[in-house]
Write a new protein. Structure first.
Length: 209
């Protein structure tokens, strides 16, 4: 059996939209007010991991469709980049979604969807592990599609005869409907007290909103 390293180098991968929706449901915050570097550092410190790099991923709406959120994410991502966080963003793609109303009529509206974010996270994780860049992968997400990445990492473990860990961190409270991390990973639950010491002191929402 491969020995566990005394210094465990960690890389963090954050699905920004998945984390925000979990936080909104768990803690009631109405916009992404997390400081991802503080959050990454705190979780790694508590588990004795040496944080090497934080990666952040999100979709961004077109300015003509949603100027509020376009402004917010453009400003927040620029701030993250200045802190050394590796940022990946994609424009949202839109499709028509129809719902049936009580009177029998149908109402159609545009829904913005992220495309390619989960695939990019998966590719970046596998790339880092294959090159031996870290020993621990910490994912802030509850997206079960990433359970396939956990399978791939176990294959890399066998091929390279290395000690590797993959964990998923997520907000948790009694109001949360989804209280599961990514399958086949170690689950790290984030309570309200932990989250609240990692709030971003800057507010990137446009003024007057």
């Amino acid at each position: 059996m491969t020995d566990e390293p005394s210094i465990k180098r960690a890389k963090v991968y954050i699905d920004g939209q998945n984390l925000f929706h979990g936080i909104r449901e768990a803690f009631g915050y109405t916009y992404p007010n997390y400081d991802v570097l503080r959050l990454s550092s705190l979780i790694c410190e508590r588990h004795g991991w040496q944080l090497l790099q934080t990666h952040f991923y999100t979709g961004i709406p077109d300015p003509s469709d949603n100027p509020f959120w376009h402004h917010f994410w453009t400003a927040k991502l620029a701030s993250m980049g200045r802190l050394g966080i590796k940022v990946f963003s994609r424009p949202l793609r839109y499709r028509n979604q129809a719902v049936k109303l009580p009177d029998g009529s149908t109402y159609s509206f545009l829904v913005g969807q992220e495309k390619g974010v989960d695939i990019r996270i998966a590719l970046d994780i596998v790339h880092a592990m294959r090159l031996g860049e870290c020993d621990v992968i910490l994912v802030f997400s509850q997206d079960q599609d990433l359970s396939e990445v956990a399978d791939e990492i176990r294959t890399i473990t066998r091929e390279q005869d290395r000690w590797i860990k993959i964990a998923s961190a997520f907000p948790d409270s009694p109001t949360q409907r989804n209280r599961r991390g990514v399958n086949k990973t170690d689950w790290i639950r984030i309570d309200r007290a932990t989250y609240d010491v990692c709030l971003d002191p800057n507010d990137y929402r446009p003024r007057g909103t």
